[in-house]
Design a protein around this ligand. Structure first.
Ligand code: GLC
Length: 435
């Protein structure tokens, strides 16, 4: 009988809840058609037609050190790469299939080079692995919810052997847990309809994973998807419970708690444009200022944000994405202290922005200025040890102006005469409280 050990769990999660900010990388054959990672399913492309991308795949510019440096310079603390997405193409040298990067023109184990590069930059290493596999003959085709051949009766499931598929899937997960050193994070994707939990052989799978990678943290998609929290939320974690909840393309309105009202660990996964995999026509990129505020929002609600890039067929992160990463990095260099090791402050959100907290220091994030001194809600005058502008450390005095004499219970900070904030995106006040 599985006994959930909360102390062990929280220790395992420590780096993750301190890291707060990661990079997701969706890359594979689908980067050639460049219409998103689901292109084979959305366009119902038969396997034989999809194989032309396998024949062609030769990412001449693939250099994972560039990816890892871009993540590090953006202030990201961990990286998660699609080792295998739903199309079943393996970016690693699996002995269980021919459908892998080492059999393409490039002949390289792309995951091996990736894990080495990310570690070399001092970042935590994550791998995404699809539970679905549209290439494997034993995975349900006809009338499956997502398979490219779901509408093709000629692709009946008559002779498909689900146990043989599970043996393959577990075998590949054993490969990535054995051949690439210590993994910090495994991102399984995703459960749907009755395809969840023990249908995946989840208990046996997790026992194997944890025996090979005792430190690894695992998402909740053996039992959920971007929808649903998983068994951690029920107060009765299963043996394959997700270690964190994975809200997708949304930031939970109020953070995430379990049935007892206790906060759950979560990570919002977000694309920069509207696609995970490279999409040549999708230029709807979210501006860096918006992404900075969304990262602050996640942390203020006690969560992480993993922000996605989709490299092109050659292995290059699109320049639009690199520009956003550079701008986020410039802000993080000056204000990362208000993100890392921070979380929910237990203070009501101020009108002008958000609040994050790390122990005795509260960070008031100002997305806009106030008329007059700045109300630092949620604290009392006698608690305040000092107030500093985070970006340059200069002292910020407490205001004693008459204009707020009607609000004696609120602490106000005096930012001086300039109505324009030093940082137009997010100016952070660090308020240290007395022990
Ligand atoms: C969804 C998408 C999948 C993507 C994942 C990332 O499951 O279908 O393509 O990899 O989200 O969170």
């Amino acid at each position: 009988m599985y006994q959930f050990n909360k102390e062990e769990y929280l220790k395992r999660m420590e780096w993750f809840t301190k890291a707060r900010f990661g990079m997701f990388i969706h890359w594979g054959l689908y980067s050639i058609p460049a219409r998103g990672e689901w292109v084979r399913s959305t366009e119902e492309i038969p396997k034989e037609d999809y194989m032309k991308y396998f024949e062609e795949f030769d990412p001449k510019d693939y250099d994972p050190r560039r990816w890892a440096r871009a993540a590090k310079e953006a202030g990201m603390q961990y990286v998660v790469l699609t080792a295998k997405h739903h199309d079943g193409f393996c970016l690693f040298d699996s002995k269980l299939t021919e459908f892998k990067s080492t059999n393409t023109k490039c002949g390289r184990d792309l995951v091996a080079e990736y894990v080495e590069a990310v570690r070399a930059e001092g970042l935590k290493v994550g791998l995404y692995f699809s539970l679905l596999d549209w290439y494997h003959e034993d995975y349900p085709h006809y009338q499956d919810k997502n398979h490219p051949m779901r509408n093709h009766p000629e692709c009946s499931n008559e002779n498909r052997d689900w146990n043989r598929y599970l043996e393959y899937m577990h075998g590949q997960i054993r490969e990535i847990c054995t051949n690439y050193g210590q993994l910090d994070l495994l991102w399984f994707d995703f459960s749907y309809d009755d395809m969840r939990g023990e249908k995946w052989g989840a208990t046996k799978l997790i026992q194997m994973v944890r025996s090979l990678q005792p430190h690894v943290i695992i998402d909740n998609r053996l039992e959920a998807s971007g929808e649903g929290y998983g068994s951690m939320a029920t107060g009765h974690p299963t043996p394959y419970h997700g270690d964190f909840v994975t809200p997708e393309q949304i930031i939970p309105p109020h953070g995430i708690r379990d049935v007892n009202g206790d906060p759950l660990i979560w990570e919002a996964c977000v694309t920069m444009n509207n696609n995970w995999g490279y999409h040549a026509a999708d230029h709807y990129f979210k501006p860096a200022p918006m992404m900075i505020k969304k990262l602050v929002e996640c942390v203020s609600k006690g969560g992480n944000m993993i922000l996605n890039v989709g490299p092109d067929a050659y292995g290059n992160i699109p320049e639009e994405s690199m520009k956003i990463l550079r701008e986020i990095g410039a802000w993080m260099k000056k204000n990362g202290e208000s993100i890392y090791h921070c979380g929910y402050a237990g203070i009501e959100k101020p009108d002008y922005g958000r609040v994050t907290r790390n122990g005795n220091t509260i960070y008031y994030h100002m997305f806009e200025n106030t008329i007059g001194p700045v109300p630092l809600t949620g604290i009392r005058m006698e608690q305040v040890k000092k107030i500093r502008m985070l970006y340059d450390g200069h002292e910020v005095p407490i205001s004693h102006s008459w204009v707020h004499s009607d609000y004696p219970d609120i602490v106000f900070a005096d930012l001086g005469p300039d109505p324009v904030l030093p940082d137009p995106v997010d100016t952070v006040l660090a308020v240290e409280l007395k022990e």
